[in-house]
Design a protein around this ligand. Structure first.
Ligand code: UD1
Length: 308
């Protein structure tokens, strides 16, 4: 038997998206990687040649067939816009709930060794305390948060009822150079960097004292790789953050320094519904997975500067 045929078969749903595309890069030389993506928000032009890309939807039969032919499923595909979920909760649920269920149902009677589900810190809703542990109350403020939480619940239920080796992560604020700054739903880092490159003032909503736990996509990929290897992770949900919080004003200053731009910061009224403080407790991921975030925010921001 050749080495090639011994390789794990990994299916990455949403493999052209932000998290999915970095997973592809990290895994394609070690495993036989297949990407299922509906091309709704691609972040890259070309994928490595040894990766099989299939255009299709997680709700369709093709997705179920691909799951059955895989050893590992990493489910990153989702309707990711909070605003879109507010406008069309049914569309959000069809993708994030029924799409996920379609994959889980296919996985139920298959021989897969791991099903990893990418949830979101949006499941927590308003922060009652920081750092936020996985047991913090989960009271989503949007259909998106509710659908992500439902997806998690199904993953954990399939573990308990059917013995599916599934686990979930709840990423905090992920950043990477592949996040499109022109997308209105793009995160604060991409927006500030776009401004810095144009030598324009970053715009802070509110007083800038609000905090976020910004995590590099590379650390998210690391955590997912640890999950794939670790049987003790099955049946667990893990916060995916750095455990460090940064104020939005600190972030703006760091970005201006990184890009060596000297412009004043502009302040605008607070964004309605904005969460004030957010920071993850990652003790569980440290203990069970041996996870340790490696990319400091300074180095993560440098990566953007090197890109262009
Ligand atoms: C994220 C989601 C948001 C969702 C929330 C709930 C993204 C991009 N945003 O918001 O839709 O409601 O989780 O979990 O996924 N900010 C500025 N200037 C800017 C952009 C943002 O000051 O140009 C501030 C925001 O007001 C906020 C902070 O930066 O206080 C972070 O914003 P963002 O990157 O949108 O993330 P979340 O607020 O965590």
């Amino acid at each position: 038997m050749s080495i090639q045929s011994n390789m794990q078969r990994i299916l990455i749903t949403g493999g052209l998206g932000q998290v999915g595309s970095y997973l592809v890069d990290a895994l394609h030389e070690k495993a036989k990687v297949t990407v299922l993506d509906n091309y709704s928000s691609t972040t890259r032009e070309a994928v490595p040649q040894d990766v099989h890309v299939i255009k299709g939807d997680i709700k369709d039969e093709i997705a179920a067939n691909l799951v059955k032919q895989s050893d590992v499923v990493i489910h990153t595909a989702a309707q990711i816009s909070v605003t879109a979920s507010m406008e069309n909760p049914l569309f959000d649920a069809q993708n994030n709930i029924f799409g996920t269920l379609n994959l889980l149902e296919a996985a139920r009677n298959s021989a897969i060794s791991k099903f990893v589900y990418i949830s979101s810190a949006a499941v927590y809703g308003n922060t009652l305390y920081t750092p936020i542990t996985e047991s913090h109350p989960q009271d989503p403020l949007s259909p998106y948060g509710a659908s992500k939480l439902t997806g998690e619940k199904y993953c954990m239920m399939y573990n308990k009822a059917f013995g599916l080796p599934s686990c979930c992560i709840r990423p905090f604020n992920i950043y990477s150079p592949r996040q499109d700054p022109h997308n209105p739903y793009s995160g604060v880092i991409s927006r500030f960097i776009e401004k810095a490159k144009a030598k324009q003032s970053p715009v802070i909503f509110g007083d800038g004292a609000q905090t976020r736990d910004f995590i590099s996509v590379h650390d998210i990929v690391d955590m997912i790789c640890l999950l794939i290897e670790n049987e003790n992770a099955n049946g667990h949900v893990f916060n995916a953050g750095t455990g460090k919080s940064t104020t939005v004003t600190e972030l703006a200053s760091m970005i201006l320094n990184t890009f060596d731009v000297d412009v004043p910061i502009q302040y605008m009224p607070e964004r309605p519904g904005d969460i004030k403080y957010s920071c993850s407790d990652i003790s569980s991921a440290k203990k069970i997975l041996g996870f340790e975030p490696k990319v400091s925010l300074e180095n993560g921001l440098m990566e953007f500067a090197k890109c262009k």
